[in-house]
Design a protein around this ligand. Structure first.
Ligand code: NAD
Length: 506
């Protein structure tokens, strides 16, 4: 990413994201440039064309955003009754939907993902995240315990939920609006204020959300955005800021370790959704066509850039060859192309940098002796798209479990398929990883499904499905795939603190 150092600071006026060439911070209800004048390029992964410049936040912008968030907490937002807060969050969702096409265009330009995908998942879920958590906070009860006191009197305990305060929100690029609002929705519903550090790759929808917040009357300072990079930039400055009360992060496990170290200063709580190396398991008794469809989506959707995706597939031996052939046909049917084209089946990777990483794994697989069933390189693209971050959907077989493409998260449209014989064997293989995010298991044997679900070390277990999400359910990873659970009432455990009130009366 090219660093551009402007000689003078950009005008820190109320210029929003409508000026598509500039992505400014959103601090205290206004769009402002960086005091340092530092900016970096934002490029469209479809063809590497320049979308605009992103202002790189430093300590000054993080300090200003955290101060604005603190003031809003102590001001109108902190005093607002929950019913009013909830009504405002409904309006946020409605306004995202009213500006659906703007959000869609922004997300598609930043990520290159097919419109068919972003219009069904990213943007609708971005809006829904505000409504769902508004409903939850309105309806969730707390506990009460009346009890007899030793002196013969009575007392009543009741719990109240208080917001934690200023929440630092650090987000990845793969589902930018969806994953950011998955945190901002519950944080605001619970009465917190937020400072968001979007991924440097995808600044657009977080910026656009600032316009939405102003349009519906969310008080200034409640929602703030500081753009920038991670280490020694806005991400690190935000997570080490001592006036940030809690940090919620989605991204790589290694980044999580750095953020956890930063959060240790001041003992700030963290909620982490991290990397994975998820196993997909197909038994011989599975509905074959449904299993092929499900595993194809898990391996290739969003060009393989889904934390819940499947890069290790285990197929029971009697159907192994048939399954490999069917998945190969699926992979080869995914046509790379422009996001707007109806027959585009797969978009590009997020950036040239990420493409180099994915292609380095494609090389490693060959060096480690893989049979390349399909793909393994870069597709032929028309001249206009040649500079995009395209890779072929790729399937390997024949590797040992120790191979790096079987052990390490690649985050690309690829998977290794291995045969297995018994339930015990496949459980051992699936669990042999430091990660524990999710699994997708395909079988028609209900008893086996239950047995497997209890023995697989993951936070999310799908049976005969994948990525089927009910937002009221707990979401998160085991082992090195995360800390804590978000979703439904579980989000309240992180975004609020329970306070017990004990009243003695006679
Ligand atoms: P990343 O960790 O590189 O970056 C995520 C965010 O952290 C970015 O905003 C980045 O600027 C910031 N960051 C980087 N270093 C930092 C530091 N030292 N201090 C503070 N902030 C820092 O992740 P990514 O490449 O954007 O996303 C892909 C990863 O995210 C994959 O590992 C994927 O599995 C994971 N992911 C997990 C989930 C989940 O729910 N478990 C969901 C989506 C993505």
């Amino acid at each position: 990413m090219t660093q551009v150092n402007l000689s003078t600071a950009d005008s820190a006026g109320d210029v929003g994201s409508r000026d598509a060439r500039e992505f400014r911070h959103f601090i205290n209800g206004a769009f402002v440039g960086s005091a340092s004048g530092k900016r970096f390029d934002n490029r469209n992964p479809v063809d590497s064309s320049l979308i605009g410049y992103v202002h790189e936040g430093g300590r000054a912008e993080v300090d200003a955003a955290v101060a604005a968030a603190r003031a809003a907490l102590e001001g109108p937002w902190g005093r607002m009754p929950v019913t009013q807060r909830v009504e405002l969050l409904y309006k946020v969702a409605d306004e995202i939907n009213r500006r659906f096409d703007d959000f869609l265009a922004a997300e598609v330009a930043d990520t290159g993902k097919p419109v068919s995908l972003a219009s069904h998942i990213d943007i609708p879920r971005g809006a829904a995240n505000f409504k769902v958590f508004a409903d939850i906070i309105k309806n969730v009860p707390t506990e009460t315990f009346p009890f007899a006191t030793p002196d013969g009197g009575e007392a009543l305990n009741y719990a109240v939920r208080s917001p934690r305060g200023v929440i630092g929100v650090v987000c990845p690029w793969n589902l930018p609006l969806l994953l950011m609002t998955w945190k901002v929705g519950p944080a605001l519903a619970c009465g917190n204020t937020v400072v968001v550090k979007p991924s440097e790759e995808t600044p657009a929808t977080a910026t656009l959300l600032g316009e939405v917040m102003n349009a519906v009357g969310i008080p200034k300072g409640v929602y703030n955005v500081v753009h920038g990079l991670g280490p020694d930039s806005a991400g690190a400055f935000l997570t080490s800021h001592r006036d940030v009360n809690a940090i919620t992060f989605t991204g790589e496990t290694r980044t999580g370790e750095a953020i956890m170290a930063a959060a240790a200063k001041g003992l700030r709580p963290v909620s982490f959704e991290l990397g994975g190396k998820n196993a997909g398991i197909v038994f011989a008794d599975a509905d074959f066509d449904a299993a092929v469809d499900g595993i194809a989506r898990a391996a290739f959707a969003n060009c393989g850039q889904v934390c819940l995706g499947t890069e290790r597939v285990y197929v029971q031996r009697p159907i192994f060859e048939k399954f490999v052939a069917a998945l190969k046909a699926k992979a080869e049917s995914l046509k790379p192309g422009l996001p707007q084209d109806k027959d585009t089946g797969i978009g590009p990777l997020i950036s040239q940098e990420h493409r180099s990483k994915v292609l380095s794994y494609y090389d490693k697989a060959r060096q480690e002796g893989a049979t390349v069933v399909t793909g393994g390189g870069v597709p032929q693209m028309p001249d206009a798209l040649k500079e995009g971050s395209w890779v072929q959907p790729t399937i390997w077989t024949g590797l040992p479990e120790t191979a790096s493409v079987v052990r390490e998260e690649i985050f690309g449209p690829c998977c290794h398929i291995a045969p297995f014989d018994t339930e015990d064997e496949v459980i051992r293989l699936a669990n042999d990883t430091p990660y524990g995010l999710c699994t997708t298991i395909w079988t028609q044997d209900l008893s086996r499904a239950h047995r497997m679900a209890t023995r697989i070390e993951v936070g999310l277990c799908w049976i005969n499905s994948w990525f089927l999400r009910d937002l009221r359910t707990p979401f998160g990873g085991s082992k090195q795939s995360g800390i804590g659970r978000e979703g439904g009432v579980h989000s309240l455990e992180f975004y609020t603190e329970l306070r017990n009130v004990c009243i003695k009366y006679s």
